[in-house]
Design a protein around this ligand. Structure first.
Ligand SMILES: C[S@@+](CC[C@H](N)C(=O)[O-])C[C@H]1O[C@@H](n2cnc3c(N)ncnc32)[C@H](O)[C@@H]1O
Length: 196
């Protein structure tokens, strides 16, 4: 696969020092994670990766619905935080540290890969999409959530505003097709599948 440049340059990584904001009561109040997770229509048999899981804001509600939940992050400090959150919440989550270029999972073993406010931070996007394609089942879904509409805290404190078409162009270059987009507050839920 040709490694074309991504449509938008990677934004800088979310600072670990601000990890507490990811699970803050303010975020929970204005954007309860269960509302987004419900829209993903997960099945009780699904194997789900929360890629770039951060402190586990979405990982824990996912683990309450999915058959097997795997939290992945490039940052070991984030993975320490989500591990203790999962323990406190009495849910089973597996953790895999990865930047996405190599994910230690079997070929075609995953039903859903979710990235919430992460895709814009990924640098080797085409390589990472290639790895996603390897581990996703044929019917699997790659679900990218980005802030496409702004909002009160966007830019300064919240996630940057991303052009939905840039994401769609990148996933297409990486061998995926966008099959549906669902609005969710200031975000777009971009659902993609492997091209036939
Ligand atoms: C803005 S936070 C979002 C965290 C979580 N998805 C949420 O919404 O609460 C972005 C996360 O992506 C992780 N990340 C950035 N680039 C990554 C990469 N290439 N591979 C894995 N994780 C990455 C960061 O370490 C950080 O935890």
């Amino acid at each position: 696969m040709v490694d074309l440049p991504p449509s938008h340059k990677a934004h800088r990584r979310f600072p670990e020092i601000l990890a507490f904001t990811l699970s803050s009561p303010v975020r929970r109040l204005f954007n309860p994670p269960e509302q987004l997770v419900r829209k993903l229509e997960l099945k009780a048999t699904d194997v789900v990766i929360d890629f770039g899981c951060g402190t586990g804001f979405f990982t824990i509600p996912i683990a309450k619905l999915a058959g097997r939940t795997i939290g992945t992050d490039i940052s070991s400090s984030m993975l320490e935080k989500v591990t203790s959150y999962a323990k406190r919440s009495c849910v089973t989550v597996e953790f895999v540290r990865s930047d996405g270029t190599e994910v230690r999972l079997e070929d075609r073993s995953v039903d859903v890969i979710l990235l919430v406010h992460v895709f814009h931070e990924v640098e080797n996007r085409i390589m990472v999409l290639g790895e996603f394609s390897r581990i996703l089942r044929l019917s699997g879904r790659l679900i990218i959530v980005e802030n496409t509409h702004g909002g009160l805290f966007s830019g300064r404190f919240g996630p940057p505003i991303i052009d939905k078409m840039d994401v769609i162009q990148d996933v297409e270059r990486g061998g995926f097709a966008c099959v549906e987009t669902i609005p969710h507050r200031n975000d777009s839920i971009i659902i993609c599948q492997k091209k036939a």
